[in-house]
Design a protein around this ligand. Structure first.
Ligand code: C5P
Length: 228
């Protein structure tokens, strides 16, 4: 089965502050998106990557291949889910039964073992799969700044990426969920809307998405520790 990596990288990163979108912030001379791309392309079963970037993105380094595998680009959309859908549409020469691995460009610490376990989980599983981590903190429901109750956390997981699905299944599910007016924050949510139950594959907690300057400092530490 063909496997394509899909990276939504069309966000402005406005929550981070500052000018440069967070996926292009550099650690040890490489933008975060390079680490994300290379982690995916390093897996022998992954054929190439489709990256959704902003129109006329001045920060995109212009790669057409990395690790000897093709890197293609398309123009993303106004929300993450629309960027993913644009990337799936741009894979118009790939068959619907191929697998796609959707991974945030701002998540540079993907572990090779986790990726391998995710891909293994996809075998014989039509509902898709995602890396996820169990919630560790006690969760409060807030009302006017006061704690109004405690949520049972036993059943709660944090959705990470990559998230894996059949290309045709995910394209249709994303389109339907967006048409239904849902704010689609990950691929599994679209698959759930289609009545599917993607498999949760427990992944490493340090596969973090860079959202704040504190996240960047943590990622710098993690990547340096790995390199050393
Ligand atoms: O903003 P957030 O942290 O949810 O972004 C997650 C990923 O989705 C980032 O890699 C970002 O570039 C991407 N994104 C996108 N298109 C958008 C918004 C976010 O590709 N319109």
């Amino acid at each position: 089965t063909a496997i394509w990596a899909v990276l939504p990288a069309a966000g402005a990163g406005s929550r981070f502050g500052g000018g440069i979108p967070k996926q292009y912030l550099e650690v040890a001379g490489l933008p975060l998106i390079a680490y994300a791309l290379d982690a995916l392309l390093a897996h022998p079963a992954v054929d190439g990557a489709m990256v959704a970037i902003a129109a006329d993105d001045p920060h995109w380094p212009g790669w057409t291949s990395r690790s000897g595998k093709p890197v293609r680009t398309c123009v993303g959309g106004s929300e993450r889910a629309r960027s993913v859908l644009a990337a799936l549409d741009a894979l118009d020469d790939v068959t619907d039964d191929a697998l796609v691995l959707v991974h945030d460009a701002a998540r540079p610490c993907l572990d090779a073992v986790d990726l391998d376990r995710l891909i293994a989980a996809a075998a014989g599983n039509g509902d898709g799969a995602l890396l996820a981590a169990p919630v560790r903190d006690t969760l409060k429901r807030a009302s006017q700044g006061r704690s109004a109750g405690t949520m049972p956390r036993e059943q709660l997981w944090r959705a990470l990426t990559p998230q894996l699905a059949r290309l045709g299944t995910l394209r249709e599910a994303l389109r339907d969920a967006l048409d239904a007016g849902l704010v689609v924050t990950d691929e599994a949510m679209a698959l759930e809307h289609a009545g599917l139950h993607p498999q949760l594959v427990e992944g490493r907690e340090d596969n973090i998405k860079v959202t704040t300057p504190a996240d960047l400092a943590l990622v710098e530490f993690l990547l340096a520790r790995r390199a050393g």
